[in-house]
Ligand binder design. Structure first.
Ligand SMILES: Cc1cc2nc3c(=O)[nH]c(=O)nc-3n(C[C@H](O)[C@H](O)[C@H](O)COP(=O)(O)O)c2cc1C
Length: 364
């Protein structure tokens, strides 16, 4: 189905305000202030706190903290830990047309300040996801964004066509960035023309908001971001994992069954921030900032760099309560800095970067 004028699924009830730049308060979100509760209210959505609502390409979110694909499954296990209504939105595990068993084990390796994974898109296939997983998630009333992946352009289009119109699906995240599959995935995302071909094919069959998830394993991420925008992307998710590997000394062989994997966690945060910064400066699309976010302060850094919302990935694997905790911490951090809404913060560091540094604050 082609996109008809004004037929945007899930168009927000209120527009995303542009207003930016209301002054930073005197107190910074201090280093390490992320852990635990801040001074500001126990509940993240208390009336005295900043307005956390966000608009992601027409998807209205109660707060700007999504859970990142592949680190939250389809929410079943996590629903035992906390009320899923506390997060802004749920991005599902990468979903393919047919079920996939994924890569041989071991599929996870710890690294300093992060982890390597080579899951290989294990998932039950889109039919099961539509029949069993979406209805489960729907009960929480939180926007559901389905992450889709394929080996061929036609598979992405077929997935989008199947998910279009499924009750409760608010958007699609087009995964052209998985480093752990032999065909498709990152092979599309490292080439602007191939990324565009995928996005164009998906755009042709659905009006759902399209987030395109980009890989950091490129020299020029702006070129891929531009190509995705021109092909019809409504938003961009930055970043997927960085390709890496680990060696098992005792067994004298690669530690992961798939030999290489994707690096995530705090180790990649500076790379993710730099990429969000570059794309925000060059491409006029909302950005989901993702990569190493462990605290509310990390999340605010991404907003300042130009992300409209953030996604929490590996943090959930070390602390199942990470995402709701980060919502609370982010609210405390914003309140402490004198912000009244999340929207004021988005991209603010770009404006500040144009101003001269205060005397004595030059960097070496
Ligand atoms: C175990 C694991 C599985 C993942 N699976 C997917 C996936 O299926 N689709 C996808 O687009 N990204 C996947 N990712 C990437 C994350 O969504 C996220 O982009 C990345 O981990 C960086 O964020 P983080 O540092 O907060 O984890 C996966 C990451 C991990 C750690």
């Amino acid at each position: 189905m082609a996109c008809e004028e004004g037929l945007e699924h899930g168009a927000g009830a209120w527009p995303c305000e542009e207003g930016r730049g209301q002054g930073a308060g005197a107190s910074a979100c201090e280093e390490g202030a992320g852990q635990g509760a801040g001074a500001w209210p126990a509940g993240p959505l208390g009336p005295a706190g900043p307005d956390l609502r966000a608009d992601l390409a027409g998807i209205p979110l109660a707060n700007p903290v999504l859970v990142a694909s592949g680190t939250f499954g389809y929410g079943r296990e996590m629903a035992r830990w906390f009320d899923l209504r506390l997060v802004g939105g749920i991005v599902t595990k990468g979903t393919t047309l047919a079920p996939r068993a994924g890569n041989p084990p071991p599929r996870i390796a710890e690294t300093p300040a992060g982890l390597l994974n080579s899951i290989g898109l294990e998932n039950p296939g889109v039919e099961t996801v539509i029949r069993e997983e979406i209805p489960f998630l729907r009960q929480f009333g939180v926007p559901i964004i389905v992450n889709i992946a394929g080996e061929r352009v036609e598979e992405y289009a077929a997935l989008a066509a199947k998910l279009d119109g499924v009750e409760g699906v608010s958007g699609l995240e087009v995964n052209v960035s998985c480093p752990n599959v032999r065909a498709g995935g990152m092979l599309f995302g490292t080439d602007p023309a191939a990324s565009a071909a995928v996005v164009r094919a998906v755009r042709a069959v659905t009006c759902l908001p399209l987030l395109v998830k980009l890989t950091p394993n490129v020299t020029d991420i702006v070129a891929v971001a531009r190509a995705a925008r021109e092909a019809g992307a409504d938003a961009l998710t930055l970043i997927n994992t960085l390709k890496g590997m680990a060696i098992d000394v005792r067994r004298r062989r690669p530690l992961l069954g798939a030999i290489s994997g994707g690096l995530s966690g705090p180790a990649i945060k500076p790379v993710a921030l730099r990429m969000v910064w570059e794309v925000a400066a060059a491409v006029d699309l909302p950005i989901v900032g993702c990569g190493g976010i462990m605290t509310g302060r990390d999340a605010v850094e991404f907003l300042l760099a130009g992300a409209t919302v953030v996604a929490v990935g590996s943090a959930t694997l070390v602390d199942p309560l990470a995402a709701p905790r980060i919502v609370t911490e982010m609210a405390a951090c914003l309140a402490g800095e004198g912000f009244r809404s999340v929207r004021e913060v988005v991209g603010l560091a770009h404006r500040a970067a144009l101003e001269p540094l205060a005397e004595g604050s030059e960097q070496s």
